[in-house]
Design a protein around this ligand. Structure first.
Ligand code: BTN
Length: 327
């Protein structure tokens, strides 16, 4: 029995017990934590608000809709192809893994990473929220610093996209593509996204946080919250992917890609990115605030800008507040 522990520790203990997907009575959980059955009920409600599907059946207790393979630092490390790794923090619930890395200066070491089971304020591009239910996806951020000023960082998010696709392909995922500038697609639907946040001055050190969200198995209760066609790995693979193994593979692929990006910039990623490009040679609409442009998508240039053939000639679109849609 636990004597005095934080709310988070209590909720983690409840989750670790329920992770086997079997029924556990309120009495059993209460005894483990040294709290009443009513208090267990309140913690379970709080866990449900994080997107966890926990059923409650009178006389039987509580059960998770599916078995949960919780993220574990040691297990992830076993799948990282490096002997001595940079810091790795695995959290249960956090506002945003990007924010966590930003706010913890001791983690401002190349390759330091943070993963979480759930985010309460996950962020996407263009100020959109990133729906982050518990245990359903991977929410991962990595820190890196680059010398030479942020003008050197054109195309960084494209290199990150190639790193993600490489790790997923090595894990047996087929049907992947990349949508400019930051999306990972599976069979034509969005599987994940990349949010690169950079702080730094011109010609000085740039502190970069690469945030990655990959849908693994989205619970039914959360699916209607996503406002575009989406995909998750579980529905496309024969067995539910092992999130710890996948995290290790993604982290390894990211380290390798960022080291390479440091040496060559986008150059080494142009060919693999173009091979994976969702809209290569297709007609698209570019949406830049109130302005729309329609034309053939020619691919990317050496700086990572998207080239569109328009009636007046070829126009290069650089990142920021630009979106691309197939016609
Ligand atoms: C997008 O497609 O709009 C980008 C989504 C990026 C989501 C990830 S999840 C981990 C990291 N933390 C965040 O708050 N956002 C990124």
């Amino acid at each position: 029995m636990l004597v005095s522990t934080s709310v988070e520790t209590k909720r983690n203990l409840i989750l670790n017990t329920l992770a086997d997907g079997r029924f556990h009575s309120g009495q059993e959980l209460g005894d483990k934590l040294g709290i009443s059955r009513a208090a267990v009920g309140k913690h379970v409600q709080a866990l449900q608000t994080l997107g966890l599907e926990i059923f409650s059946v009178t006389g039987k207790g509580y059960r998770l809709s599916n078995k949960l393979d919780l993220l574990n630092t040691e297990t992830i490390r076993q799948h990282i192809a490096r002997t001595s790794g940079p810091p790795l923090v695995v959290l249960s619930v956090v506002n945003s893994t990007n924010t966590y890395l930003k706010e913890h200066e001791q983690l401002h070491v190349k390759g330091a990473a943070c993963l979480a089971e759930a985010q309460t304020s996950g962020r996407g591009r263009q100020g959109r929220p990133w729906i982050s239910p518990f245990g359903a996806s991977l929410y991962l951020s990595m820190y890196w610093r680059f010398e030479g000023g942020y003008q050197m960082l054109g195309g960084l998010s494209l290199a990150v996209g190639v790193a993600i696709a490489t790790a997923l392909e090595e894990s047996g995922v087929q049907g992947l593509s990349l949508k400019w500038p930051n999306d990972v697609y599976l069979h034509g639907k969005k599987l994940g996204g990349i949010l690169v946040e950079v702080e730094g001055q011109i010609n000085d050190t740039s502190h970069c946080i690469m945030g990655i969200g990959i849908n693994v198995e989205l619970p039914e209760s959360q699916q209607s919250r996503i406002d575009q066609p989406w995909a998750d790995l579980a529905s496309q693979m024969n067995e539910k992917p092992d999130r710890n193994k996948l995290s290790g593979k993604l982290l390894t692929s990211l380290y390798n890609a960022l080291e390479k990006f440091e040496q060559t910039g986008l150059k080494a990623f142009l060919e693999p990115w173009s091979r994976l490009h969702l809209h290569q040679g297709k007609r698209v609409r570019m949406i830049c605030g109130p302005n729309n442009f329609e034309g053939e998508c020619l691919g990317i240039n050496a700086e990572g800008a998207l080239l569109i053939s328009l009636p007046g000639g070829t126009k290069a679109f650089y990142g920021g507040e630009v979106s691309v849609r197939a016609l």
